[in-house]
Structure formats: C-alpha cells, structure tokens
Design a protein around this ligand. Sequence first.
Ligand code: APR
Length: 246
Amino acid sequence: MDAAAAIIAEGRCVALTGAGISVASGIPDFRSSGGLWERFDPMEYATSLAWRTDPDKVWELFRATGTLFHASRPNDAHLAIAQMEKEGWIQAIVTQNIDGLHQAAGSRNVIEFHGNSVDIYCESCGRTFDREESIGFLSSTGAVRCSECGGNVRPSVVLFGEPIPPSALNESVRLAAGCRSMLVVGTSAVVAPASLLPLEASAHGAAIIEVNPERTELSRRATVVLRGEAERVLFKLLDLLRGRMV
Ligand code: APR
C-alpha cells in the first residue's frame, strides 16, 4: 500500500474502473459467481445483433440493470475515488460502468467508456427523454418505441459489437498515454478495447496499480497489486496519500 501511495503521489494518475467497484452498492458484476452474465447470456441480450433482431429481449436486460442502478447509491470506493480527484491525486476516471455512481459520488472528470444507462434516446429521430420518462420505461414491458416517429428507443450504452463513443475512446487513449500511473479498480480486464488502456499506459512508462480481491489478466503486469475489496482498500490508500502531504 505504501508503494502504491508513493507512485500516485508522483502525480498524473488516472483511474480505470469496472463493475467490481459497484458491487458494494448492490450491483452484481458480470463475470464473478452470481454475476449478471449468469442471468443474462450476453450473446443473447447484449449484442448489436440481438438489438437489431430482438429489441424486446434486450429491453429485459435494460430494465433489470436500470432498476438496479436507480435503487443504488455510491459506496465508499466511489466516494474515495471522488475525494482523490478533488484533492488532486487522480486526474480523471475512465469507467466501463454505466451506473452513473462515480458522478453521484461527486467525481467530475468521468469518461464513460461504455456509455451510460441514463441518457435514453430514439435511434431514428434522436429525441431524448427526461429522467421521469426514462424511469417510466422501466415499468413498461417490451421494446420502447418513440411516440413521435415510432423508432426504437434505447439507453446510450455500448452493446457488444458496437463502437466505443469516439470522444470517450480518444480521451481515454490520450489519458492512458500521458499518465504516470493508472489505478485499475474492479475490472477483470478481459474486454477490449478498455482492457488495452492499462497496456497503453504501461507502454508509455506508467506504473499500474490494481485493486481487486481476485487475480486477473492484468495482475502479472501490474507494478503493485492491492489484493482486496475497493470499498476497503481505497480510503486506506487515501489516508496514506494525505499522510505524504505533511
Ligand atoms: N472491489 C474490487 N474489485 C471487485 C470487487 C470489489 N468489492 N468485487 C468484485 N471485484 C472484481 C472481480 O474480481 C472482477 O475481477 O471486479 C471484477 C469484475 O469483472 P467483470 O465482472 O468482468 O466486470 P468488468 O471488468 O467491468 O467487465 C468489463 O465487460 O461485460 C462487459 O460491458 C461490460 O463493462 C463491462 C465489461
């Protein structure tokens, strides 16, 4: 933990987070035992092809996750990350998560690499929907059609086979190439191109700090591995960082 604090204290640290950071908020991750992909086969519910051929089915996943997200609050891990940003220890947070909990915790410079479940729009006419309408969609059934043009309505999430939003991709690669360290929290690091960001950082000389109770694809490449839950580890790390200020 001291080594991790020393690395972050050198400055220009960027956080990369995954579903594990939201587990303590009651949102299951995807690939751990009991994860979302045990309930919903991603190839049936979360691909671009599934969306084109069976939007009703994909809306089942949107409703299950959207209902979870609306009922969830940031946990200590999100709060610690927001405090690290506020105190200048980290520059930005690139998140693979679509639950909006980093922003809810007070983080400001958040890049949503896989979009988000909050911004809902019509694919045909581009009409957007406010929070009340979006919550209303969660209690209806089947695919949602635009009342103005009849087009398919969906959240701004990136399904498998869809492109990462160009602005998010470009900014994330810029941050990875320019950081001196990357704090990688709660990701199995198996889904590209997000999983390539720590490799991009490392290729430019950055140190990699991993926070995860389990071993991952990234562990053997990490400079420091903090083997534990993010909601327990991150505030301890913040305390050590503050201790370096005196
Ligand atoms: N603290 C830290 N890490 C945790 C915690 C916790 N409390 N609980 C679980 N983890 C770890 C798990 O050990 C696992 O390594 O979080 C990781 C979650 O991995 P995944 O479920 O694969 O989630 P993620 O890496 O975010 O998935 C990436 O894949 O399915 C797509 O689009 C989806 O954004 C997602 C992407």
